[in-house]
Design a protein around this ligand. Structure first.
Ligand code: HEC
Ligand code: HEC
Length: 435
């Protein structure tokens, strides 16, 4: 969030409202660009969710039939990367062709569908909405960023790597769940006849599936429908379960421990976290859908540097070409930060996975501008006696973070609070009313 703190803080929890109103009295005209239900309206129909789920989990929809959306967005890991070995290092996962990598960490595919169609907020001077770390799935075409996002990975050479959208439509129409696809097409829906060698062509990179112009148009409409179905699944309660301890506390079914409660206070107070990750009442998503450069250092283990040592992830600016957006990336949800599908599973944080624990993240927010630069220290220890320079030095937010003045126990309390945002609280054996 780059605008004034008061406009940034408009979407906080009811409990904080009095405090915020008091703090914002100097700016009574602060406009309320609320994310209304209307701005979230889209062509995503919940009836498409079963098809979307089948597609999301279908490894056949990749070049080598070895990778699905779920391979990089695993439910048991909060719909994020389930690979501890990679998370502990470069944090970027290989694609269907195993020696190929993208250059970013998979964010959670949960809680992403409520991002509005991207727009530029002139008051806060920031983009709002869209999907991907750089917001390039704007949602403008289909009315849903997540639906547009879903059409990317199938044909991205470093992800599922199919050579042509027609291959996705073809394989979905042959999938075990083809009946769901037919139903989604509806009575008027045309089942396309693909060329006899489609199967062979789809196993071959660089192929184009020859279709007549009319069939091509129909095929692309069906491809869009597949994107909308995936978004419908991603919008479903199965993916957005709101089943964390935080939700239970809000519903009066559990109580925070003293540490968690103190951490929530830090979150909404001295820590200033809510300015970008608002805890706005029930079903809060802990993001305001804006973009910022918070000065995260490069992750030297990112495989991108092997072929391209000078790589710089310019975030939104890399996609829009605006220098004022260089280095800004999406404010992610904070749900399921530590949810893992196996004992001692490892996660990583930020667009490049540079941080490996929440303790490190919180210490960074607290001391980014306090500890010296690692270049200037004789025996640099990441996050202990120094922080490396930001990956992108332009547009770093120095107003809202970097020197929070938290002591060690406040940092620990904040981390304890963040743990309450992992889904599956009651499923982990916590009875309503417990702590
Ligand atoms: C090889 C791993 C991989 C596969 C396979 C993959 N993703 Fe992703 N996903 C990523 C990465 C990496 C990003 C971030 C890319 C970026 O920002 O440029 C991402 C971003 C996303 C986002 C954006 C979330 C947000 O908050 O902006 C969603 C949603 C998502 N993926 C869903 C899917 C779906 C649906 C599929 C299958 C069609 C899929 N992913 C396949 C790695 C993967
Ligand atoms: C000025 C806006 C802003 C403020 C204030 C802010 N954040 Fe963030 N947060 C971001 C952005 C932007 C990212 C992504 C940065 C990146 O990937 O380079 C992020 C990422 C994170 C992540 C990593 C999530 C993931 O999935 O990788 C965590 C955890 C986090 N923030 C927690 C906090 C906490 C705790 C506070 C308060 C101490 C806080 N944030 C304050 C903007 C903010």
């Amino acid at each position: 969030m780059t605008g004034s703190a008061c406009t940034a803080r408009r979407a906080v929890s009811a409990a904080m409202l009095t405090l915020i109103l008091a703090a914002c009295q100097d700016d009574p005209s602060a406009p309320a660009t609320e994310l209304t239900a209307a701005s979230r309206a889209s062509a995503v129909r919940s009836s498409l969710a079963p098809l979307g789920k089948a597609v999301f989990n279908d490894e056949n929809l990749s070049l080598r039939r070895n990778q699905s959306c779920a391979s990089c967005h695993d439910a048991a890991w909060g719909f994020s990367s389930p690979n501890s070995r990679f998370n502990a290092a470069g944090a970027v996962l290989p694609g269907s062709v195993r020696d190929r990598f993208g250059n970013r960490k998979p964010p959670s595919a949960a809680y992403a569908t409520q991002a509005p169609v991207r727009f530029f907020d002139d008051v806060d001077e920031t983009y709002v909405g869209g999907n991907f770390w750089d917001g390039r799935a704007t949602g403008a075409r289909l009315g849903s960023p997540a639906a547009e996002q879903a059409l990317g990975p199938f044909v991205n050479p470093v992800e599922m790597a199919l050579p042509d959208p027609a291959c996705v439509v073809f394989r979905v129409s042959k999938g075990r769940y083809r009946q769901l696809f037919r139903e989604a097409l509806g009575r008027s829906g045309q089942v396309l006849t693909f060329p006899a060698n489609t199967e062979a062509l789809c196993a071959q990179e660089g192929s184009k599936i020859p279709l007549s112009p009319a069939d091509s148009t129909t095929m692309m409409a069906q491809y869009d429908l597949i994107g909308l179905a995936v978004a419908a699944f991603e919008a479903s309660p199965e993916v957005n379960s709101f089943s964390s301890k935080y939700d239970a506390v809000l519903a009066g079914q559990a109580r925070f421990t003293p540490d968690e409660a103190r951490g929530f206070g830090v979150y909404n107070g001295k820590g200033g976290c809510f300015a970008c990750h608002p805890a706005a009442g029930p079903q809060a998503l802990f993001t305001d859908y804006t973009y910022d450069n918070i000065g995260v250092p490069a992750n030297p283990e990112n495989p991108v540097y092997v072929g391209n040592p000078a790589f710089l992830d310019l975030g939104v600016g890399g996609h829009t070409g605006e220098p004022s957006e260089h280095g800004k990336v999406k404010v992610p949800t904070l749900r399921n930060l530590t949810r893992v599908g196996m004992r001692a599973g490892r996660k990583s944080y930020m667009h490049n996975g540079a941080f490996k624990s929440l303790e490190q993240v919180v210490h960074f927010y607290n001391t980014r501008d306090v500890l010296p630069a690692c270049d200037a220290v004789a025996r640099p220890r990441f996050g202990v006696n120094c922080w490396p320079a930001p990956e992108v030095t332009e547009n770093v937010n120095t107003d809202e973070l970097g020197n929070l003045g938290l002591n060690a126990s406040e940092e620990a309390a904040l981390v304890a609070f963040l743990h309450t945002l992992d889904d599956g609280y009651q499923a982990r054996g916590h009875a309503p009313g417990g702590i």
